[in-house]
Design a protein around this ligand. Sequence first.
Ligand code: MN
Length: 502
Amino acid sequence: MIGLKPLKIWFVCGSQHLYGPETLEQVAAHAGEIAAGLGREGKFPLEIVNRPIVTTPDQAADMCIAANADPECAGIILWMHTFSPAKMWIRGLSQLQKPFLHLHTQYDRELPWATIDMDYMNLNQSAHGDREAGFMHTRLRLGRKVVVGHWTDPDVHARIDAWIRAVRAWADWQGARFCRFGDNMRQVAVTEGDKVSAEMAFGFSVNGYGIGDLVAKMNAISDADVEALAAEYETLYAVEPELAKGGARHDRLLYNARQELGMRAFLEEGGFKGFTTTFEDLHGLTQLPGLAPQRLMADGYGFAGEGDWKTSALLRAVKVMGHGMSGATSFMEDYTYHMAPGAEQVLGAHMLEICPTIASDKPAVEIHPLGIGGKEDPVRLVFNSRTGDALNVTLVDLGNRFRLLVNEVEAVSHPDLPNLPVARAVWKCKPDFKTACTAWILAGGAHHTAYSYDVTTEMLEDFATIAGIELAVINDDTTLPTFKQDLRNNEVYYHFARGIRA
Ligand code: MN
């Protein structure tokens, strides 16, 4: 995946001096053992690094300031082995800008019933030490994840893994740059939004660039490089004969290879992690990019059509969250419905740009007319998508704040679609079609989403907590009366929680 930086998670154990140096040595040794054990058994996407134990207010503040200043520190796991009076954490945690997870665990899994004495009780106090810590985290109104269980428990590892994936995506957003080739599709509302508020809330920047600058990059690509990439397409995909070398329209395949290489060069030079295009601004391009964004998405670039920068940035984040899993994550649009009563399905697709990471079969490279835009026929990858559990997630700009909205779905097989010239996925919504669509529309959800078979609602919940934004979830537990009331409650809560800064 493009643009990933090496990041680490700090493991920090809190204690105090009340119990003497011998106990603190044991605390430090146990913390080191737990950090190493988590790293070994958790198989997390980021390395866990054990840090010195924290026993004083100055150490707590120094640790938090050091975490803020260390670009490799993505987040912190906190655990209180003994009691650690929490007023000593106020100054540090008030300044902490990195996400943290509170691990409520204990060194020993089982009590030594026959030998337990007060020395043991003094050392193994997380049962109340972590409650003291949790009070302060709540008193400071700090968003965090609390994970409970023994540190060898696979369920604990799964909870931490989800959080680390969210942390990684959050770190990836900080300072990330997204490039817009052209503006939003004219008159469309949901793809608009406040880029200043987004940068304040999420840490990434979005800026526009002239199509002419992209065209200059494309023209600078050598014919030899273009031909080599076109030849690679023929090894990777089922290229239709008229586009293949020797075919009547091979020049169009070459043009798409040039488009990809030009876009790639532009994005690499600018250090971008994602981009948008729009069919309404193609000046100097002979066709809307199709194959190029599909392949760039597969390399980890965020993308969305029609200038939808929020979905492009979100897709990048979701791809980072799922990195190292199956990789199946794409830009998506709810396109059309199968409305058979009780068996409703959504056919998701786009004009061209669905990521081949979700393909269930070898993609075909085809050329077909595009009904809008008035340009030459675009080349695109066409395929069916995997079946199984998946989700759609969208980022909504409500004017005064952002909302993340998730719908869990089940991707299903479907009849052949011989006349449909675009990649597609078909899914059933949870809990059911009518509830899901009603809730999605009431929540103001966009028609553009990041669609993933890897990323879970838990990861997105952790991500929303880190970002300090609302998460609305539509899944098997959703009922409309509760969902509606949650939206109303959240209007009030997030308005006050964010105050006038949004
Ligand atoms: Mn669209």
